[in-house]
Design a protein around this ligand. Structure first.
Ligand code: NDP
Length: 391
């Protein structure tokens, strides 16, 4: 039994609140975010009462005050990556464990990098507290799939392809399935993959292949991107010789993105407009549909998984571990589509691992550093069942 403070009342925060409320491990829940009404709206959907609060998670003294008032055992951060370090600072000051789903990004630079957060390791260790980084789906479950593959199937992992497919359709001309600013920064950044101890950079979305997804989803075009779990996985699993991350995009999505990029609407540097500074991407976010509004409109499924090649007992082996999540089923259960669902469920499970001390340590950790077995079991139990096939 434990107290949890959830920060962020967006698409993912809604799922986390629902899932924590379903699980008896979380005795007291407080949901805090920038806009109190959003917390209250979510609280009203839940099967049991929770506390809500307003907080600016960029303001460390405000966070510290909230943490001291709520007295959580864990701060579960599902606001935006810009807040990671501020919330970690507040956890250090108050001596409370920390969990997030996305690595820190500075506002003015779109760059996945764990180093900023790994640099907190000694301070968290000295304070006797734990931080679990990237407990969403990718990163998150994909890291756990890799740890599971290593434990159950391989003596040595050689090649890893993480493949993220959203085969759903929301019927809108252009919309992103999670925070548009974060999503577009990620997609328009250069591609990058790891091969033979080196990082190879590619032009944004310039490398693509076809992949045949299972269970009727079929063949889709996948695009090589850089994604944060590649950095931690290649560090913690040094036998990996090549690691790549792929995502599907519809031609329609790419066409819009190209035009928006060409006219400068995806820029993240401020420009002057009628005497004031505006960031084009933040303005674009204000125009695009709120991802939360796509929940009731989205049909179809996601399929995210790891295709892993390696060696077992001296022989080559290839294993594919994946989850398929249905947008409509997710919406029926928690009022959010599968993108938020597949992130929020692992965030809740990561919190459960920490609170029950099944995953325990002092310092800053990534998901693959712990025993994957209890996490894999909870995925099946809490709505993200997985399948593994030897190819
Ligand atoms: P949303 O934009 O829907 O929600 C973000 C929430 O954070 C909003 O409620 C927002 O408040 C709140 N917030 C923003 N800034 C602050 C602040 N300074 N103080 C307090 N609250 C703040 O995003 P999502 O729910 O889609 O995503 C949440 C996180 O999950 C992101 O970090 C994203 O990168 C991550 N993610 C991870 C994935 C994974 O698989 N690992 C996949 C998808 C997302 P307001 O409503 O007032 O704007």
């Amino acid at each position: 039994m434990a107290n949890v403070l959830i920060i962020g009342a967006g698409g993912v925060g809604q799922v986390v609140a629902h899932k924590c409320a379903q699980a008896p491990d979380f005795e007291n829940i407080c949901l805090a975010s920038r806009t109190l009404e959003k917390c209250d709206r979510i609280a009203a959907q839940l099967s049991r009462p929770i506390r809500t609060a307003q907080v600016d998670a960029d303001n460390v003294p405000e966070l510290v005050e909230l943490i001291r008032a709520v007295k959580p055992n864990l701060v579960l951060h599902v606001a935006l990556p810009y807040q990671d370090l501020h919330i970690m600072d507040a956890c250090l000051e108050t001596g409370v464990d920390y969990l997030d789903t996305a690595n820190y990004e500075p506002l003015d630079e779109a760059r996945f990098c764990y180093q900023w957060q790994w640099d907190y390791h000694e301070r968290f260790k000295a304070r006797g507290i734990m931080a679990l980084l990237g407990s969403g789906f990718d990163p998150g479950v994909t890291n756990v799939f890799c740890a599971w593959a290593k434990k159950m199937h391989f003596d040595e992992i050689r090649e890893l392809d993480i493949i993220d497919c959203n085969a759903g359709d929301h019927g809108q001309p252009f919309a992103t399935n999670f925070n548009p600013e974060i999503n577009i920064r990620e997609v328009t950044a250069p591609g990058r993959y790891y091969e033979k101890e080196q990082w190879v950079e590619t032009e944004p979305l310039s490398v693509s292949e076809k992949f045949n997804f299972p269970e009727g989803i079929g063949s889709r075009k996948i695009y090589l991107m850089y994604h944060e779990e590649l950095e931690s996985l290649t560090r913690h699993m040094p036998d990996i010789q090549r690691a790549r991350f792929w995502m599907t995009f519809s031609d329609n999505y790419l066409k819009h993105l190209e035009v928006l990029g060409n006219v400068g609407m995806t820029r993240i540097d401020p420009v002057e407009y009628e005497g004031r500074q505006i960031v084009p991407l933040q303005f674009l976010k204000a125009l695009l549909p709120d991802p939360g509004s796509l929940g009731p409109l989205t049909r179809g499924r996601t399929c995210i998984g790891c295709l892993i090649r390696g060696i077992k007992d001296g022989k080559e082996k290839k294993v594919y571990i994946y989850n398929i999540c249905d947008h409509e089923k997710a919406y029926d259960e928690v009022g959010s589509q599968a993108i938020s669902y597949t992130t929020g469920v692992p965030a809740m499970i990561g919190a459960m691992m920490m609170l029950t001390k099944q995953w325990h340590g002092k310092g800053v950790f990534n998901m693959e550093e712990f025993d994957p077995a209890p996490f894999m079991e909870k995925l099946n139990q809490y709505g993200l069942p997985w399948t593994e096939v030897t190819l």
